[in-house]
Design a protein around this ligand. Structure first.
Ligand SMILES: [Zn+2]
Length: 241
């Protein structure tokens, strides 16, 4: 009770919201720049079950934005260090570790076990794959992306516009877009995007506010500008139609 006392004082959370968080199962795919703040905030908030999926190892060049990790962690698997850090933060969380890159073959089975998924990968191909798996399995998903000083957040529920609808990307062949990822990223931009994703999860789990469904939030940290654009469900979407 003491751990969560400040959070429970927030009217939209209260004791009831705290119990919903305790009962929630959230899968975070990608334990990098977006995943780090998502995982830290969700574990700190008392989400009862958190899955962490990532096949990558920590590099020193990650540390400028992936705030879960320390210099001495370089070379270790991200999921291993993430689990240790989150256990130390909140021992009451049931942490599940998937030390692998999620593939189209196993994505559906993986997301099916969770109430909501956070798409926190840095590859556009992986984002599309996670979208497809979540639409197919009817699992809500909070998508996040960051590039340079810009970011985007969008939440999908069964029946709402999907991530492909937002980007008008109809090809099933995600490898066609693999060149997207090679841009720099400002650490705080990843932090803002990941923090907003964690906030979306808390909204969904506790049932307050208005989710970022059928719209996408865009931010630009050069002007500190935030705005949302409507996203229409596309008749010709290869995924959700
Ligand atoms: Zn769609």
């Amino acid at each position: 009770m003491n751990r969560y006392s400040r959070q429970q004082l927030v009217p939209v959370i209260g004791v009831e919201g705290q119990e919903k968080l305790r009962d929630a199962k959230v899968l975070v795919i990608g334990a990098g720049g977006l995943g780090a703040p998502v995982l830290l905030y969700l574990a700190a908030a008392g989400v009862g079950t958190i899955g962490v999926a990532d096949g990558d190892r920590i590099e020193v060049s990650n540390l400028q934005r992936q705030v879960l990790y320390r210099t001495c962690d370089a070379g270790r698997k991200k999921v291993d260090v993430a689990i240790e850090a989150l256990k130390a933060l909140n021992p009451d969380v049931d942490l599940r570790c998937y030390p692998q890159y999620v593939t189209p073959r196993d994505a559906g089975v993986l997301v099916h076990d969770y109430d909501i998924v956070v798409s926190a990968s840095d590859s556009f191909a992986a984002k599309l794959m996670i979208n497809d798996a979540c639409v197919c399995e009817a699992v809500p998903c909070v998508h996040g992306g960051v590039s340079g000083i810009d970011g985007q957040i969008m939440t999908t529920l069964p029946g709402t516009a999907c991530y492909r609808c937002a980007f008008n990307f109809t090809s099933r062949d995600a490898s066609a877009v693999e060149n997207f990822a090679q841009t720099g990223t400002l650490g705080p931009a990843a932090g803002v995007a990941g923090t907003l994703q964690a906030a979306e999860v808390m909204k969904y789990v506790c049932g307050y506010g208005t989710l970022l469904t059928d719209r996408i939030l865009l931010f630009d940290l050069s002007e500190s500008g935030f705005h949302t654009l409507p996203v229409m469900k596309r008749e010709d979407c290869s995924c959700c139609r």
